[in-house]
Design a protein around this ligand. Structure first.
Ligand code: SF4
Length: 350
């Protein structure tokens, strides 16, 4: 059995930053008061459980947060209405919204001010889409598929712009964008891609490697949009894809012969130790060899949010000039025992 490890996989800079923010707030507040997080900080069950174990309290309604407390907004962003609600409850809001989500919010605000109607491509019930729509609710309509287009209420087809959820499948978004352009030839495009680098790179890696594999395993939670999209990308290129939260959900029926080639990847919110546990399982139980497929190098880094820096300064802590960056996951043969031979398949520039 061969396990091909896609690189990049797993944590992106936005997820790393959001988790760091919560951990920093826990450190700053110590035992003095609990830290609240509005919605799951990132869409991964293990990340959320680990933070809960540190005392973090997750809420889906700000009314559950006692007045005057500290609350962290998740990586997916929130609408202005939620920010106002936090102010009204005298909460100290620490904003862990990914800067690439904030970029789409800024675009929505700008186009709405310029009088555009915004067609927001994405999943209606996803936190990111709820937050972005909230910037200009009167002017924004969500488009989930080409089937939605005939039902849109368009005032002026020459004053339209489309924006996109950051974690969509680039394949699916392309189909919807083409349909929008066919229906509204003068629709305006955003200045550059809204789908983020991490989503795009992880999808490209799967699109390139999956055709050479018997199965694609994606580590990520059910509600992780980018993880679910990776499964769809695998299926689009004709290879079975499955999503699991962790090693306990592996099903041997997926690899009946025992000599399959399996691509292993992870959504942007899935911690690398979950991937390592799966590698260890395949090496120990199936004598698998590990093969590293480097498709893209990532070097994106984000600074700490201003709201966190202010909280740190208010508590006598110098935030410095720390940047949050994700180092590529390192896999060594020694880590998995002598019979796991780590080979590198370089597929850079794909
Ligand atoms: S997946 Fe993209 S948009 Fe979402 S947190 Fe990561 S970098 Fe930001």
């Amino acid at each position: 059995m061969r396990i091909v490890l896609a690189n990049p996989r797993g944590f992106c800079a936005g997820v790393r930053m959001a988790i760091d923010v919560v951990e920093q707030v826990v450190d700053v507040l110590g035992d003095r008061e609990p830290v609240y997080v509005y919605h799951e900080i990132v869409h991964n069950r293990h990340v959320v459980e680990r933070l809960k174990a540190k005392g973090v309290r997750f809420v889906d309604d700000l009314a559950e947060v006692p007045e005057g407390s500290v609350v962290v907004f998740s990586a997916h962003g929130v609408s202005p209405a939620i920010r106002r609600q936090a102010e009204a409850r005298h909460l100290t809001a620490i904003d862990a919204t990914c800067p690439l989500v904030t970029k789409v919010h800024s675009r929505a605000i700008r186009y709405a001010r310029q009088g555009y109607q915004i067609l927001l491509i994405g999943h209606r019930d996803h936190q990111e889409i709820i937050g972005t729509s909230g910037e200009a609710p009167e002017q924004t309509q969500v488009v989930e598929s080409p089937a939605d287009i005939p039902h849109l209420r368009i005032d002026d087809p020459d004053k339209l712009v489309y924006l996109t959820q950051t974690t969509l499948s680039t394949d699916d978004a392309g189909v919807i964008i083409a349909a929008l352009k066919a229906a509204f030839p003068n629709i305006k495009e955003p200045p550059d891609e809204d789908i983020c680098y991490a989503t795009t790179n992880r999808q490209h890696a799967v699109r390139q490697i999956a055709p050479h594999c018997d199965l694609v395993i994606v580590v990520g939670s059910r509600n992780s949009s980018n993880s679910v999209r990776l499964v769809e990308i695998a299926e689009n290129v004709g290879t079975r894809g499955v999503r699991i939260d962790d090693v306990t959900e592996l099903d041997p029926a997926w690899y009946p012969k025992g000599d399959e080639t399996i691509l292993l990847t992870a959504g942007a919110s899935a911690p690398e130790d979950l991937v390592s546990a799966i590698c260890r399982h395949f090496v120990e139980q199936h004598g698998a060899t590990l093969h590293l497929a480097d498709v893209f190098e990532e070097s994106v880094e984000f600074g700490l949010p201003l709201s966190l820096k202010k909280l740190m300064l208010a508590n006598g802590i110098d935030p410095g000039d720390r940047k949050v960056k994700v180092e590529p996951p390192v896999v060594t043969a020694g880590e998995y025992g002598a019979n796991a031979v780590a080979l590198t398949i370089s597929a850079k520039g794909a």
